[in-house]
Ligand binder design. Structure first.
Ligand code: KIV
Length: 280
């Protein structure tokens, strides 16, 4: 079944948890789609896990468009959500609409995601008015790490928790149809989830959210540079990949790969092969 804005809203109403994973390429997106994930997010986390940057700030519109196109080709049923990179929307409401439009028109995304609360409600309203569904993102918003002073849990005090609840209500009122809650206390995420009619998707926000999202390199233990507390490893794929790469190197060096079954035979008989050898 195709996942749409309506089906994920119905999942909230039915208390059927929504699943989201990040994806950045065709073959991984296809595997996730076949497994039945509801939403695929081309997160700007791609800057770190795919491109090797220290944070997400250098990611460009071209990067997101390139990876979204690949994911879209692999996604038959999943809802494809493209992240708006740093400075593709903060600069003006006009830039926000133009760049959101490019992610839909050029890359084929079904929805765009942007970070922030009260400061971006005008942007959310304008993008929504252009008939583009918006996913908001609150809490630890990685595009603000310089303002936060690092990757830190948000909403720990009464004042900051109030701001988070207020921001969640504001992004919903502005037209957002989904909201990601990152690295905030579980109790605050639960309050937000109860207050909103739109679904909440948690990452480090506890089990009370309407759904969950993980960066796939984290859940498969393929990216050792950072290990947030909220990550659960669902498969030791990083280890399996290293073992496979080592086995390939070993077998190539010792001559056991390729074996006979991996090679092609031509139509020449022994005499013709001998003639060819002589001629050379
Ligand atoms: O960029 C990203 O992958 C994200 C998720 C962690 C929600 O924003």
């Amino acid at each position: 079944m195709k996942n749409t804005v309506s089906t994920i809203l119905k999942q909230k109403q039915d208390r059927d948890k929504i699943t989201m994973l990040t994806a950045y390429d065709y073959s991984t997106a296809k595997l996730m789609d076949e497994a039945g994930v509801n939403c695929l997010l081309i997160g700007d986390s791609l800057g770190m896990v795919m491109l090797g940057y220290e944070d997400t700030l250098s990611v460009t519109m071209a990067d997101i468009i390139h990876h979204t196109k690949a994911v879209k080709r692999g996604a038959k049923n999943a809802l494809v959500i493209a992240d708006m990179p740093f400075m593709s929307y903060q600069s003006s409401v006009y830039d926000a609409v133009v760049n959101a439009g490019r992610l839909i028109k050029e890359a084929g995304a079904h929805m765009v995601k942007l970070e922030g609360g009260a400061a971006v409600t005008e942007h959310i309203r304008a993008i929504t008015d252009a008939s583009i569904p918006v996913c908001a993102h609150l809490g630890l918003t990685p595009q603000s790490i310089n303002a936060f002073g690092g990757f830190k849990v948000q909403g720990k005090t009464l004042e900051t928790a109030r701001t988070l609840v207020d921001d969640a209500l504001k992004v919903e009122a502005a037209g957002a149809v989904l909201v990601v809650l990152e690295a905030i206390p579980a109790a605050i995420a639960e309050i937000i989830t109860e207050k909103l009619t739109i679904p909440t998707i948690g990452i480090g926000a506890g089990a009370g959210c309407d759904g969950q999202v993980l960066v796939y390199q984290d859940m498969l233990n393929m990216y050792g540079n950072m290990k947030p507390k909220f990550v659960k490893v669902f498969g030791e794929v990083g280890e399996a990949m290293t073992a496979a790469f080592s086995a390939y190197i070993e077998e190539t060096k010792n001559g056991t790969f390729p074996a006979e079954e991996h090679a092609f035979s031509g139509q020449l008989n022994e005499a013709e092969l001998a003639e060819l050898r002589k001629a050379l």
